[in-house]
Design a binder for this molecule. Structure first.
Ligand code: CA
Length: 483
């Protein structure tokens, strides 16, 4: 006799996705039904509104009525950490060994060592994966380069030459000297291209002589600050960068079309290109390798492969092995096909053994939202569509994304502090973070109010004000989790 499909409950955020939030009953949705059919389960999802996710999790743990499978922001988050200590969540090491062969094969060893996933060697969480660990990209107005007869710059000197030409030679052709050669956002958000050239992206960490230290106190930072100071003085660096928010920055790049070089997410390469073109029809925005510094390297911080969203299983779940098998389904070919391509006959057909997928038209917002929801929300875990070369290759108007991802895969700076938890000292001394004392000092140097000669004094002062203790805590974490 065929046994009944195993049944269990799932608590999952809506992720704020319009398609998911617009479904009257998620358990009757066509993709949900297909997921149940193919995974041979009878799961029941309870949606948690994205906006109240953390509060709802606190209520769930307080009530003791924990869904069998629950999405969280990591086992070390404030909502979940007490539940680990209270012993209400299930250790997963043995279950994963036995019932998740595909997941085990696909996930790198370090994915299981993240503070969001395991504690003292005991795995409590099933991680989800970042769409692209190599996410940052550099963009340039290639039409400006072409107009000025300049090659794509690589070194810092070449960037300076190009940016000076952008400043002086009216590449947007409006007769005004209104071009901003390079623009960034407050706190150097999407603005660490030149720090990357010096290997000191401000938010990163580096292991030096057995100690984990923030990049911003490394000796290379002094030269990086001098370089930025020169860019600022020469007006090659948008002088409003220290104060501008995303929307002001956006308006300069897309709306006015006056920015020559900037950084953003590789996944949005096509979007940037299309948006700039709207107001500047001749624009050609292309992803390029990031500026390389004295060591011949550059780029943005290589991000963690693990996303903070982590699944936990309640100790009172009746069939944990079935839950693990369900999660393993997302690592199978069948599971991947469902979330990337959808339902056969509906979203795709098979022709000569190959998937023929109906890519939604970019102008059909409803269809695009549905595709996003399927590829992001219905993918409980597992490799993302960005790692499916067939999907990416055939996606219309996607060549710039593919290019940007290819470029950023080959560059970038290792962050030895990848996955670092919130350290105790930062709770009482938040000014020790990059956007506190360092940013204050950096802004003074770059805007010419202070000399970079004060760098050593800044480092000594930062250490004295709690930085030494922070390094101690960071090093301790590194030794426990990364060795
Ligand atoms: Ca101009």
């Amino acid at each position: 006799m065929p046994r009944r499909a195993p049944s269990f409950t799932i608590g999952k955020s809506t992720n704020g996705l319009p398609y998911i939030e617009g479904i009257p009953n998620i358990n009757e949705n066509k993709y949900m039904k297909k997921l149940k059919e193919l995974s041979k389960t009878n799961v029941k999802v309870e949606l948690i509104p994205h906006a109240e996710f953390k509060q709802k999790l606190q209520l769930i743990f307080a009530s003791g009525e924990i869904p069998d499978l629950l999405q969280t922001d990591g086992i070390n988050s404030t909502e979940v950490a007490p539940a680990i200590d209270a012993g209400v969540l299930l250790p997963l090491n043995d279950l994963i060994d036995k019932y998740a062969p595909n997941m085990k094969k696909a996930l790198p060893k370090e994915a299981w060592q993240y503070g969001t996933v395991s504690k003292d060697g005991v795995i409590y969480g099933i991680p989800t994966l970042e769409p692209a660990p190599y996410g940052g990209a550099s963009f340039i107005r290639k039409d400006w380069l072409d107009k000025l007869g300049l090659p794509v710059p690589k070194t810092l000197d070449e960037f300076v030459t190009v940016m000076k030409a952008f400043r002086d030679k009216d590449p947007n052709g409006n007769g005004k000297q209104d071009e901003l050669p390079w623009s960034a956002r407050e706190k150097f958000r999407f603005g660490d291209a030149f720090f990357g050239a010096y290997g000191v992206n401000p938010e990163g960490w580096k292991l030096v002589n057995g100690e984990l230290v923030p990049n911003f106190i490394l000796p290379e930072m002094k030269a990086a600050l001098d370089f930025h100071r020169m860019l600022y003085a020469e007006k090659l660096f948008d002088n409003e960068s220290f104060v501008q928010q995303g929307k002001d920055w956006d308006a300069k790049i897309r709306g006015k079309g006056i920015v020559g070089f900037w950084s953003h997410s590789a996944q949005e390469a096509q979007l940037w290109s299309a948006e700039v073109k709207k107001n500047s029809p001749d624009a050609n925005v292309v992803p390029i390798p990031s500026p390389v510094g004295p060591d011949g390297k550059g780029g943005y911080l290589i991000r963690s492969v693990v996303n903070p969203k982590t699944w936990v299983i309640s100790k009172s779940a009746k069939n944990p092995e079935e839950i693990i098998k369900f999660m393993d389904f997302f690592f199978t070919e069948e599971g991947q096909r469902l979330v990337t391509y959808g339902i056969e006959g509906d979203n795709y057909t098979m022709e000569n053994g190959k998937i023929k997928y109906k890519y939604p038209s970019a102008s059909d917002a409803t269809a695009v939202q549905e595709e996003i929801a399927r590829q992001e929300w219905f993918r409980f875990t597992g490799p993302t569509y960005l790692s499916d070369p067939e999907f990416m290759k055939n996606k219309p108007e996607n060549e710039k994304v593919v290019q940007a991802l290819e470029i950023s895969k080959k560059e970038g700076r290792v962050n030895d502090g990848d996955g670092i938890p919130a350290l105790p000292t930062l709770k009482t001394r938040p000014e020790l973070k990059f956007d506190g004392l360092w940013l204050e000092f950096a802004a003074k140097v770059i805007t010419g109010k202070e000399s970079s000669d004060g760098f050593d004094k800044f480092v000594a002062d930062w250490k004295k004000r709690g930085g030494d203790q922070l390094i101690k805590e960071a090093t301790q974490w590194y030794n426990q989790s990364k060795k």
